[in-house]
Design a protein around this ligand. Sequence first.
Ligand SMILES: NC(=O)c1ccc[n+]([C@@H]2O[C@H](COP(=O)([O-])OP(=O)(O)OC[C@H]3O[C@@H](n4cnc5c(N)ncnc54)[C@H](OP(=O)(O)O)[C@@H]3O)[C@@H](O)[C@H]2O)c1
Length: 245
Amino acid sequence: MPLSDQRVLVTGASSGLGRALSVLLAQGGAKVVATARRPDPLEDLAERHAGVETRILDLLDPEGIQALCADAGPLTGAVLNAGVTDVGRFADGSDALDAAMIETNVMANIRLARGLHDALEGGRLVFVGSMAGQIPLPYQAVYSGTKAFLHNFALALREEWNGRTSVGVFEPGGIKTEMTDIDALATLQDHLADPDEVAAELLAFYTSDRAIRVPGRLNRLSAHAARLLPDATLARVMERIYRRD
Ligand SMILES: NC(=O)c1ccc[n+]([C@@H]2O[C@H](COP(=O)([O-])OP(=O)(O)OC[C@H]3O[C@@H](n4cnc5c(N)ncnc54)[C@H](OP(=O)(O)O)[C@@H]3O)[C@@H](O)[C@H]2O)c1
């Protein structure tokens, strides 16, 4: 279906990958239902790009998710992109932060997928996961777990909904966004991908019927190479790469 006939819900549209994707969708003629918590960046997005309507949505609020699903209107697709992480030693983290991460990255996506099930019939549903869903990521252990959940969840749902809604999971490596603009990831900054380039790959994935996409040739090579190693060895290699002592 041409983008000009589409109306797409995007979560996490106030910054980073979600914003870049919303811009590309709108430039292609799609209507975009852009959601996030912060009103200012959403309003800025809508002012600059025709076809963008905004909804304030806190993914930690199940009733807010329910209300959005009930009155989102006709949709041809959804890109469930919003996510959070916490970088550092697991032992230094907190239950509260991890619970919020699981609620945002996992439960909110479950609620949205179920709530939008009818609206998305005949359309496309894309989850934004991460390479960290395929490769264990020490020092972001809970985040890595949430993205591994999304990987299996999306592929399982794809088969259940086969022929009715096309489900896929998009799994980027590091991107230069607010999420990675933190001291703990300072040494990685030169290796992070441009969000506009990743968004272009996300748009191509959204308009396809593919199941999984790791954007970037080098990332795809790494993901293939990672599969050749036993999981425990892979996790050990990743720990060496991300250790900050
Ligand atoms: N950056 C990377 O290196 C990288 C790598 C692989 C995968 N990813 C994934 O890509 C996706 C987008 O991340 P990004 O890099 O673009 O990060 P980002 O710039 O920090 O964007 C995160 C988005 O999620 C929204 N969000 C966070 N908590 C929310 C909540 N409780 N309710 C509603 N919206 C919420 C934020 O909006 P508000 O704060 O306005 O609510 C923001 O729009 C995430 O799923 C992330 O895990 C990122």
